[in-house]
Design a protein around this ligand. Structure first.
Ligand SMILES: C[S@@+](CC[C@H](N)C(=O)[O-])C[C@H]1O[C@@H](n2cnc3c(N)ncnc32)[C@H](O)[C@@H]1O
Length: 244
């Protein structure tokens, strides 16, 4: 199993990003995501697509009892193990789309910016439903459907290179998008907002919150950040598992 995060060039460029260098504080959506997090104290937590393990570390520092991070990338997991070695976090190299755990294993499942790499959202949610306890919390962030729809994930520019507008097209055509991220071709999956929310409702989740985060004021001076006020880039969803 290989993914783009194990590509040497991509991995290096990812390591230069603000969120890789500064951790959660360097992530534009973190302050919003943090507010949606449930209390971790004494809880068993699963992080799907854990990357460098920043969220696992945060859960550990906030009293989580058992923490598991899943990621497909060997390179990302190597960094995660290194960064979080003071804590007994269990890392698993596997595909979040198909990884399985015993029923009712986790109180909390989080996922930050990984689910848009999964082709089949309905089957992912059906899986999560099995290993998330009744009344357990699912909190995830994905690239926003308005951001992923057209596919290029880039602005339209004038001849001077100024950003004119962000394209929205093919919104209702769900599925694979081959986009350019960190100058590499990266495959992601576009889904409508309706699909994200209705899939949860159909699986008997209770929607607790839906947020389209804007960058915090103190990050607006960073390059490109003011443009993040022009269109939504991310979607945050919090739901509770209601077992029938
Ligand atoms: C944008 S990074 C986010 C990392 C981390 N959650 C964060 O917010 O800092 C996406 C992560 O998802 C992982 N990933 C992508 N597709 C995956 C899959 N199908 N199964 C497991 N991990 C996957 C990548 O390897 C990468 O570490």
């Amino acid at each position: 199993m290989k993914n783009i995060y194990d590509n040497e060039n991509f991995f290096y460029k990812y390591s230069q990003m603000s969120r890789s260098q500064k951790g959660l504080a360097g992530a534009g959506e973190w302050q919003t995501f943090q507010k949606l997090l449930p209390n971790f104290n004494g809880k068993s937590v699963l992080d799907l697509g854990c990357g460098y393990g920043w969220h696992c570390l945060y859960a550990a520092e906030h009293g989580a009892k058992n923490i598991t991070g899943v990621d497909l990338s060997q390179k990302m997991l190597t960094v995660a193990r290194q960064k979080t070695k003071a804590y007994p976090i269990h890392y698993v190299q596997d595909d979040i789309a198909t990884v399985s755990f015993l029923a009712d294993s986790f109180d909390i499942v989080i996922s930050s910016l990984a689910i848009h790499y999964v082709a089949d959202f309905a089957s992912l949610i059906a899986n999560i439903k099995k290993y998330l306890k009744p009344e357990g919390i699912l909190l995830f962030s994905v690239e926003h459907p308005a951001f992923t729809a057209e596919g290029s994930e880039d602005w339209y520019y004038d001849v001077q290179g100024n950003k004119l507008h962000y394209p929205l097209d093919n919104y209702f055509t769900e599925g694979l998008r081959e986009t350019n991220f960190l100058e590499e071709k990266v495959v992601k999956y576009h889904r409508t907002l309706t699909t994200y929310l209705q899939t949860l409702l159909k699986n008997n989740f209770i929607l607790l919150d839906v947020v389209e985060p804007m960058p915090p004021k103190d990050m607006l001076c960073e390059p490109g950040m003011k443009d993040e006020l022009r269109r939504p880039m991310m979607l945050l969803v919090k739901a509770k598992n209601k077992k029938s």
